[in-house]
Design a protein around this ligand. Structure first.
Ligand code: ZN
Length: 498
């Protein structure tokens, strides 16, 4: 590293080695459909105040995601990763790369507090027929610490190869990029000097998360290891002029003017003749789902139970919706904001079929570990995503893991969300066995029960054919959570059964 840069950075340590209270406003949340084409980028000022450009996963027609969750002696892992038809080798590699980390996390022995959490989540940062880019973020919490790291991974569709973040830069421009980065960082008051030093010492290899800002500047992310309640990306931006490789130029266009990569099953040789299929900018928003009228059920007099499904939607949630439609059952879905964004059509169908859609946070963190602004963002962003998808505003939320406290309750109250827990837990995420899940639900259901399940598991979806018939055979009426209580639930209050 250049001596001048080192001196500059060292000067920074004394100046702003202070953790800011809440840098979250710097991040532009990826809400709504961002298919609109950005104006021609004119990078006037790089550095301060820049934020990361995120793209809606709706742009990618073959997009889906998979979720995996484990709980083991006080360790909870929640891993959500993309899955793209035609790019399975790449998306599987993302999964494999994290499998070791999850395994280490679940099996590491530590003394002291054993209640710990690992969350892996994703954002699309670029999409086009030439390039697709993801930012994968990992947050490990517990034992009084928060370790947040991220990387961007890129796929070059013209050569069908996976590219690392630093491939965005031309090899001969890397030193210039480092110099520019050091200078930009000095102007960034949020950067903690020591941490920046550690990252810069590793050269560009220290920056595994590189992407673009909404104005097209190059964006370098910092480790967030010491910011306990910050889930958001934190970084600085630099002027990309003269720094990008040809691949990087394609990636920048894919970030600023995202387009559907198109059918990806084509062989590499066919890719050159493939016509790009850009969606027109300003794609009209689909009409709001028209909710089916609620059915009147008096649960004070009848044996009611409420079926609730968490952590979706995933594409297979449609199979469960088919089953529920087939059986004439209405249920309550606590949906994850980042998944709502991937499958707004499923949210619209839920509403149209008469189901109730609730809020299960944006990225499934344990909300009790977060400060109020971060909790607010998790819930408010998800409410907004549901509203944009289906035109309804949720009035119910379920805190991830059922973990709540006064702060979570206060934020839920402020956002008009009642907290819905459960009274029957078949542990369907743990025992992936349809028979076991069905047996547990049928033996534990009581009049007024709220039954917890996860529509993301095939075994759970299979179990419900038997569960629905079995509950009805016992005389139960299957209802939504609002029907179970028959009155408006109070925002912030906790409900776990009637
Ligand atoms: Zn959950």
């Amino acid at each position: 590293m250049a001596a001048a840069l080192l001196a500059g950075v060292l000067g920074l340590v004394g100046a702003c080695a202070r953790v800011p209270p809440d840098p979250s406003p710097r991040w532009t949340p990826a809400v709504g459909v961002e298919t609109a084409v950005a104006p021609t980028p004119a990078v006037t000022s790089a550095g301060v105040g820049a934020s990361l450009r995120m793209v809606s996963s709706e742009v990618i027609s073959g997009f889906d995601l998979s979720v995996d969750e484990h709980l083991q002696s006080g360790r909870h892992s929640y891993v959500a990763l993309p899955r793209i038809a035609g790019l399975e080798a790449w998306t599987q590699r993302m999964r494999d790369d994290r499998a070791d980390q999850v395994d280490r996390f679940l099996h590491s022995s530590v003394t002291g507090e054993s209640d710990r959490e690992l969350i892996v989540s994703w954002d699309v940062v670029a999409a086009s027929p030439e390039v697709v880019g993801f930012r994968l973020s990992t947050a490990e919490m517990g034992e009084g610490r928060y370790l947040g790291t991220a990387e961007t991974t890129w796929y070059d569709l013209s050569t069908r190869t996976v590219r690392a973040a630093e491939d965005l830069l031309a090899p001969e421009a890397r030193q210039a990029a480092l110099d520019r980065l050091g200078a930009a960082a000095q102007a960034e008051p949020l950067v903690v000097g020591e941490r920046l030093l550690g990252q810069l010492d590793r050269g560009l290899g220290g920056f595994r998360s590189i992407a673009f800002t909404p104005s097209g500047a190059l964006w370098f992310e910092f480790d967030r290891a010491r910011l306990f309640d910050v889930m958001d990306p934190l970084g600085v931006a630099i002027d990309p002029t003269g720094l990008l490789s040809a691949f990087g130029e394609n990636a920048r266009r894919a970030a600023l003017q995202p387009r559907d990569p198109g059918p990806l099953r084509a062989s590499p040789s066919a890719s050159t003749s493939r016509a790009p299929t850009p969606r027109p900018s300003g794609t009209p928003k689909p009409p709001d789902a028209r909710p089916a009228p609620p059915v009147k059920v008096n649960c004070a007099k009848r044996k009611c139970v409420a079926l609730t499904f968490d952590d979706g939607p995933v594409s297979e949630t449609s199979q469960l919706l088919d089953l529920l439609a087939d059986k004439g059952v209405r249920a309550t879905f606590f949906t994850i904001g980042s998944h709502v964004q991937s499958h707004p059509e499923i949210i619209r169908r839920m509403v149209a079929d008469g189901h109730v859609v609730g809020n299960h946070s944006l990225k499934h963190p344990d909300l009790t570990r977060l400060a109020a602004p971060a909790i607010r963002k998790e819930l408010a962003t998800t409410t907004d995503l549901i509203r944009r998808a289906a035109g309804i505003r949720p009035t119910l939320m379920r805190p991830p893991f059922g973990s709540t406290n006064r702060t979570v309750g206060a934020v839920a109250h402020e956002l008009g969300l009642a907290q819905v827990l459960w009274s029957v837990d078949p542990l369907d995420w743990k025992d992936r066995d349809a028979d076991v899940v069905a047996r547990r639900v049928l033996s534990q259901a009581r009049p007024g029960s709220i039954i917890l399940s996860h529509d993301i598991h095939a075994t759970t979806r299979r179990a419900y054919r038997r569960i629905i018939d079995g509950l009805r055979a016992k005389g139960f009426v299957l209802v939504t959570v609002p029907q179970l209580f028959g009155r408006k639930l109070a925002p912030g209050a906790i409900y776990s059964h009637r």
